[in-house]
Design a protein. Structure first.
Length: 282
């Protein structure tokens, strides 16, 4: 026999931390007749709780993008504890999705709009021979990449800029100013190059276009000195290609503090009054 509901008008609000392998799924956002992370979570919660549940997420990752630190939330009038949510979901969800943490959240908190930053990692598999192990988790680049040139190019992207040249053509964001706090190029293994990007928010496919541009620099098809001009142009055609979705991972979502107001350098378009939450961080 199930436990009685909470008193009328009372609900419990939970924060979820979710890992997933995006291979074969149509991204985060629920879609009709498609496998999505949000769809699986909402269906699993509805089965567990016995009522429809909406599960907003911090980032609407694209098809094929992975996550080790996606954040979501839901509300229920059932008196279920956090450990019961975690255990119940992981018993129901498909094997490529796992809820790794559940905790109560304050009523005024939102996984997307309360976020003050996100961190992504893009993995490049850089050797002549392919790797079955890293297939679907990294972008295979056969020729050696000039990491020093890539780091020099990345330095031009740090700070607050209008990133209109680094968003997809179907991006619907009203404002294109964003702040990148750090871009680090690290080698977890001699043949693996990771591009770690951290910022306040991102435009649709922004991290993948940044990655594609840095790879062009690493292959000496572009020079680091071209990056400021690409930013100034506000033209997507001047940046590099969009890197494949399967090399990208949402690592973490940051909360706490306030969203700093972007500063407008002389001669640039007017930035938004505050850095907006991402509309799709891919």
């Amino acid at each position: 026999m199930s436990a009685p509901d909470l008193p009328a008008g009372e609900t419990r609000y939970f924060k979820l931390t979710v890992e997933y392998d995006g291979t074969g799924m149509s991204g985060w956002q629920r879609q009709d007749n498609a496998r999505t992370v949000q769809g699986h979570l909402e269906d699993a919660l509805a089965a567990l709780l016995g009522h429809p549940v909406a599960v907003p997420g911090a980032s609407r990752t694209d098809a094929g993008v992975h996550a080790s630190g996606q954040v979501a939330a839901f509300r229920t009038h059932r008196p279920i504890p956090a450990h019961g949510v975690r255990r119940g979901l992981n018993a129901t969800l498909p094997s490529q999705i796992a809820v790794v943490d559940v905790e109560p959240a304050p009523d005024d908190w939102h996984p997307r709009f309360s976020s003050t930053g996100k961190a992504y990692r893009y993995s490049l598999f850089n050797r002549p021979d392919r790797s079955p192990h890293w297939r679907g988790r990294s972008w295979h680049r056969i020729k050696p990449l000039d990491v020093d040139a890539m780091a020099e190019a990345a330095a031009h992207l740090i700070g607050e800029h209008d990133f209109a040249a680094f968003r997809s053509s179907d991006c619907t964001a009203k404002h294109t100013w964003r702040r990148i706090d750090a871009i680090e190029l690290v080698r977890p293994a001699p043949w693996l190059l990771a591009i770690d990007v951290r910022g306040n928010a991102f435009l649709r496919q922004m991290v993948r276009i940044l990655t594609g541009t840095l790879v062009e620099v690493g292959m000496h098809r572009m020079s680091p000195s071209q990056i400021p001009g690409i930013l100034e142009s506000l033209d997507r055609r001047n940046a590099g290609p969009t890197a494949p979705a399967y090399g990208l991972e949402l690592v973490s979502v940051e909360y706490g503090g306030t969203r700093p107001k972007p500063r407008r350098p002389e001669g640039h378009g007017t930035p938004p009054p505050a850095a907006p939450a991402s509309s799709g961080d891919m």
